[in-house]
Design a protein around this ligand. Structure first.
Ligand SMILES: [Fe+2]
Length: 250
């Protein structure tokens, strides 16, 4: 009995510690506005309210990025095609989610179709979400304020802004299709430029994407053919650093 009580207490302490644990540096990204609900409680037991995230209803609707049309260095044709590709990812995420729910309801969760669609979901989902990060961090002036915590962290971690930029653009010029992402690792308290192969390989667990660059060929072939460097130059000229800086301060 004593052992049972001690084990329960230890588990309780561990849970409290985990719930209270905070990584160093800027706080981890916060959830959207939350509502409080009281879960069902056993008779005679008073249940404490628990937060339930405000959920976006499914099917998920693609976001409108028409505000980006007219950006210097990005033709309307290129952007229009890119928006269509993004909408395809949203469509497939909704389809896979629906299919998986249907298979689960039919007790098909150990079948190859379930496994393959579950495997595919991460690729489609990140294809959708990374495009949203990318479009959201465009439409700006490309000028980064030097009096921000993010600028200071870039300098601290890379030596200078120019050194960080060389590392980021070098990442973006790597052979292959994928993404260059400036991540903040809240556990290590450091910024990292990462190459993401396709949509789903090489992300860092727990990392907060701050600046996202699409280097799939569809992002630049229309306007720049094989000149990826010219595309990166156009990208940097349109970065919305206010958005990027806000992601770091969440
Ligand atoms: Fe793309």
């Amino acid at each position: 009995m004593l052992r049972t009580c001690m084990t329960t207490a230890m588990v309780g302490c561990l849970l409290v510690a985990l719930l209270n644990a905070q990584p160093p540096g800027p706080a981890a990204p916060v959830a959207p506005a939350a509502i409080m609900v009281a879960p069902a409680a056993a008779p005679g037991v008073t249940a404490a309210p628990v937060p339930l995230l405000l959920r976006i209803p499914e099917p998920y609707a693609p976001r409108d990025y028409g505000n980006l049309v007219g950006m210097p260095g990005f033709s309307g044709t290129s952007l229009s095609n890119h928006f269509t590709l993004y909408q395809g990812y949203v469509k497939n995420v909704n389809l896979l989610q629906s299919n998986l729910r249907t298979l689960l309801a039919g007790a098909q969760e150990t079948t190859p179709p379930y496994a393959e669609q579950k495997r595919r979901l991460g690729w489609e989902f990140n294809g959708m979400r990374l495009h949203e990060y990318y479009f959201d961090n465009l439409g700006g002036t490309g000028v980064m304020a030097t009096n921000t915590p993010l600028y200071a962290q870039l300098c601290a971690d890379f030596g200078s802004y120019d050194s960080w930029k060389r590392d980021f653009t070098g990442t973006g010029k790597m052979r292959g299709i994928g993404w260059a992402v400036l991540y903040y690792d809240p556990f290590g308290g450091r910024l990292m430029n990462m190459w993401i192969n396709e949509h789903d390989a090489n992300h860092i667990a727990g990392g907060v994407p701050l600046l996202v660059l699409d280097v799939f060929e569809h992002a630049y072939l229309t306007d720049y053919q094989l000149d990826r460097a010219a595309y990166l130059n156009a990208f940097f000229g349109n970065i919305n650093w206010d958005v990027v800086t806000a992601r770091f301060s969440l």
